[in-house]
Design a protein around this ligand. Structure first.
Ligand SMILES: Cc1ncc(COP(=O)(O)O)c(C=O)c1O
Length: 439
């Protein structure tokens, strides 16, 4: 049976051995067309008075990815000074970035931050301390600020570890502290022209809608100077079959209606802003690994592949599921969790990586126990392809654990060409900063 594609991104199974022969395994694979289509979908979100879309670059900070996204018209949300500097190195001007960070830069970093702000970087105040540190400079430089408000309401994320709105997370200026910050701002004549709330990643759409209503209440009651409202990121993608993806048109229609009503009751026109990361890149990515060994215990059949938690930590961190596809060495599709392949002869296999860590697996439950994946039995040398890995994989993994080298990355371009966008990390790079010290 010839299956032309699998997973949320169309990918011809026959390409897998071709890619593996050329660049080896493991390897990250991205898809330009998919990323561009996601950007277009986001840019078409309904809005009454304008929409600004930022890509949360923490999802994948590779320069080629950043260029694809910004060429489509998205700007960036950066979570550290280093991310901003990195994007700048990729050729993106500071005026296309906003900094939303937990950092409190001092010394040289403070100088660097001021330089970036003067060059156009927008600063999103995320704590009282950050505001105190930036206030005099903001007044002197005549800049307008954004403020991230901590709503103190949980339920924004797919799990506790991705919920940034609850009282157990510390992101943004808590509502209790907003009056203090406002009083200081008023005294200095500073204005918050943007209000921002990001409640977490991958939560239910009703939580996103609730946040819109709540946030517009903050804008109305607390921020009379705000002309923009950012609803943050967190738009859910469907990685596994059966999962439901955020409906951008539906969420946009809701937001647009609320923002239009806001104008009717207050006379104020607000430009909408969103800053998704996952939605832009998650399903554009696959990790290609090769089966290097098989083992059997009394409990489980294991496939050992040549890349695991050091490439993709989400299963261990969150119990996240990613669709698994098995490709034979000749490029035929043996088994796919995505397409409905005949299930005759399937067996449960624990799929694990090479790290000396019992949680190094592509599928785990919330307690860290390996969950077997039902697949047709492959041979050593066949490929295990992990889908939905374009976001928070290469940007978030504990790379170099067990001294494994960060794998190369390849972009499938719009024309179908396969282009190496990052080389395999040289071994020396892992230890190049260590010093030969005599003790
Ligand atoms: C402030 C902020 N904005 C946007 C995002 C992007 O979230 P997602 O990738 O779920 O869209 C994050 C993710 O952690 C974030 O912290």
């Amino acid at each position: 049976m010839t299956i032309k594609h699998f997973g949320p991104t169309k990918l011809d199974a026959a390409l897998v051995p071709e890619i593996a022969r050329k660049w080896g395994t493991p390897l990250y694979l991205h898809d330009q067309e998919f990323i561009e289509n996601s950007c277009e979908q986001l840019l078409s979100m309904p809005n009454p008075f304008g929409l600004h879309v930022r890509y949360a670059m923490k999802a994948n900070s590779d320069r080629t990815v950043l260029r694809v996204v910004t060429n489509k018209g998205l700007d960036l949300d950066c979570s550290s000074l280093n991310e901003a500097a990195r994007a700048h190195t990729a050729g993106i001007p500071y005026c296309r970035m906003m900094l939303t960070t937990q950092e409190v830069p001092t010394g040289d970093e403070r100088v660097e931050l001021e330089r970036m702000i003067r060059a156009g970087l927008k600063y999103n105040v995320c704590s009282v301390t950050q505001f105190r540190l930036i206030a005099d400079f903001a007044k002197e430089a005549g800049i307008e600020l954004s403020i991230r408000v901590h709503p103190g309401t949980s339920g924004g994320g797919e799990s506790q570890t991705r919920d940034t709105g609850s009282e157990y997370s510390c992101f943004g200026v808590h509502l209790n502290d907003v009056p203090t910050v406002k009083a200081m701002a008023d005294q200095l004549g500073l204005h918050f022209t943007q209000v921002h709330v990001h409640i977490g990643s991958g939560g239910a759409p009703e939580k996103w809608r609730e946040n819109i209503d709540r946030e517009l209440g903050f804008v109305r009651d607390l921020f009379p100077d705000a002309v923009r409202v950012s609803f943050g990121g967190g738009l859910k993608v469907a990685r596994m079959p059966g999962e439901k993806q955020a409906d951008i048109a539906e969420l946009g229609a809701y937001a647009a209606q609320r923002v239009a009503e806001f104008k009717e009751t207050t006379g104020r026109e607000l430009k909408m802003e969103i800053e998704p990361g996952t939605f832009v890149v998650a399903n554009s990515g696959h990790i290609i690994t090769r089966i290097i060994d098989k083992k059997l215990t009394n409990e489980m059949n294991f496939l050992i592949v040549d890349g695991g938690m050091e490439l993709l930590t989400r299963p261990l961190l969150y119990g996240s599921k990613h669709p698994i596809t098995i490709i034979r060495q000749d490029g035929t599709l043996l088994s796919s969790e995505y397409d409905s392949i005949p299930s005759a002869g399937t067996k449960p296999f624990g799929i694990v990586g090479r790290c000396c860590e019992s949680g190094d697996s592509v599928r785990l439950d919330g307690d860290g126990t390996i969950v077997p994946v039902l697949i047709a039995e492959p041979e050593i040398g066949d490929y295990v392809v992990i889908g939905g890995t374009g976001a928070y994989s290469e940007s978030m993994s504990p790379e170099n654990y067990n001294s494994h080298r960060k794998p190369p990355a390849v972009m499938k371009t719009r024309s179908g060409e396969l282009v190496l966008i990052r080389q395999k990390q040289p071994l020396e790079q892992i230890f190049q900063n260590e010093l030969d010290v005599e003790l």
